[in-house]
Structure formats: C-alpha cells, structure tokens
Design a protein around this ligand. Sequence first.
Ligand code: KG4
Ligand code: ZN
Length: 348
Amino acid sequence: SRPHLTLGIETSCDETSFAVVAGGRRILANVILSQTGEHGRYGGVVPELASRRHVTNAVPLLQEALARSGITLAEVDLVAVTRGPGLVGALLVGVSLAKALAWALDKPLVGVHHLAGHIYANFLAGPGDEPAPEPRYPAVALVVSGGHTDLFHLQEGGGLAWLGGTRDDAAGEAFDKVARELGLGYPGGPVIDRLAERGDPQAFPFPRAMLDDDSLDFSFSGLKTAVLYELERRGWRDPQRRGELEARLPDLAASFQQAVVDVLVAKTLRAARQVGARQIYLAGGVAANRRLRRDLEAAAREAGLNLACPPPVLCTDNGAMIAAAGYAAWRRGRRDGLELDVDPDPPL
Ligand code: KG4
Ligand code: ZN
C-alpha cells in the first residue's frame, strides 16, 4: 500500500511554506518562501505585509510543492496547518486555506502547535534513502527562535509538556534588538554569530539573568539593556565614534552571545536532569548559532546525554515540520473540525 501523505502548511510569521511528507517522516517536498528580505528594511516583521504576501504566494507555492513531490491534491490523506502561536493575520491565511482544502477533499484536518512543529523537525528525513532519526524518549527539547525560547519535555509516545520559557524577549529577539543597536541590520543572529568568531566572549561582563533561580524560565530583556548601557557609557552611540565601536564589535558580539548561550545551556541541562532525559533536541532559528551548538554539545556529552539538531533548513520555519507534528497528533487521535480557529496559545 502507498504511504500516508500529509500536506503541511506554515504561515505563522514571515515564511510561507507547503510540504508533502510521507508516513509522517519522509519529506517528498518542502517549498519555503521567506519574506525576510522584504521585512528587513523595516527592522522586523510587519504583520500586515506578511499576511498579504501569504495570500498572494500560497496557492502557487502549494502547486509547486505538489509538482515537486509528484502527487496530486486528491492523493493528500491529511491536512496539517499551524494554528498558533504566531501573527494572527498571517495564521489566518494558512488556516483558511487548510480548511477549504480539507472540506473540498473530504480529508481530516489537524491544527498544529508551531513549537511542536519545531521539535518534530528532528524526526524528518529527506527524499533519499537514509532512514529518519528515531525519536528517543524521555527527552528535553529547547526551541529557540525569534519569537520563542521554550523548554519542553518529550514524553514516551510523543506527547509534549511545557517546562518553562522566556518571561520577556525571546533569545532570537535579543539577538535582533542588540544587532539593531549595533547598526548590524536584520536579522541580527547570523551577523552576531559571525562577528563573535573573532571576539573575546569575556571582554564585557554581561549579566546571566535567572541563572541562579530554580525555575526553567528565561529573561533576556535585562541583557539587552546591559548592552545598551555599555554603549551609552562608552559614548559609542555617538555616530562620530562609529570607528571606535566598530573596532570592538567582535568583542561585544562574543560577550553578548556567550551570556545568552550560558543561560540556555545551563537551563536545558537542568531540565534534562529534572525529567531524567537521555536525549536533548535543539530546534528553532537560533539553533543555527554555532556557539550554542558547540557549548550545548559539550555540556550534553559531559552529562552523558545525546544532542540532536535538525539540519539548518529544518531549523527555521517550514511546512514539513508542521506535517510531521500534525501526523503524530493525528496518529494519537487528534481531529479538528472546520470551525478550527487560529489560537495564540494552542494545546500542544
Ligand atoms: O525560527 P525562525 O526562522 O523564525 C521564528 O519563528 O522566529 O528564527 C529566526 C530567528 C531570528 O531572530 C534570527 O536572528 C535568529 O533566529 N537566528 C540566529 C542565527 N540564525 C538565525 N540567532 C543566533 N545565531 C544564529 N546563527
Ligand atoms: Zn518558528
């Protein structure tokens, strides 16, 4: 019999993406259109612009995903769509289309938690022959992106429980805001990552917020303020002294990045101890950060834990991860009706 085919739809932020995934694990097509370049000139995502781009791009991208996977729309067995968290207007585009498709095709519909998608990106394989990685339980998953910094417990059977998250800025948001103050453009994460390679992570003693409390929560707004205060104190916000600032950019980037990474690593290891995890999964756009990968890898190894992380294309927003999480939820019995709504805080 032919494999079960899930259509995955992602429009929660500034990527429009459609994917076809076989058996919940094998990617047949994963078409992603990123609007980052368009939003960059505004210094961040403009919600209404994102919604309008989703509207114009959605159907052509769906057609492309079907063409690349070599299937017809009628062969889709399940429609999975991000229902939140995300920008409401952007989510509505994907959810409306998903409902129309499920109705017209008379196929089941599942609304997916965006962060569950990021975690399930770890269990996908490409169209080639290599097997998809088997999920290992119990595990802890750290999802770090421009919108989220959350720790989850991945339980036996694939269920998820939330353990903690940021009380203010997300880690990626901190990278983006600090980069903007340093005049480095948007998105800031990749630029800071690159600059930090040449800098001294101990040059500036930035704070590690909430490192010493028992919670699994994070806070990054104080760190951002500390960087701004340092620029102010040294007179580096004066355009006349841009040269002086530029000479110290690698040290600033490295010191800021290390402060973020130290807290992420410490809390992830603490979470792993708490739930008795034998596996750590890393996901979200900030998972691309090289210092984070290196330090988390080292800390995990020392604690006798395995660390896994999806390839870069599956770390950022995409439809395949939504298909994977949607398929798993469907297998556990989840079904959504055509009254499905977007939800800023949906069930996992
Ligand atoms: O997951 P993603 O593509 O979109 C959201 O759902 O937010 O993540 C984008 C975020 C941005 O904040 C970007 O600055 C950050 O991920 N990012 C990085 C790196 N690459 C992307 N942050 C740190 N280091 C990187 N190498
Ligand atoms: Zn995301």
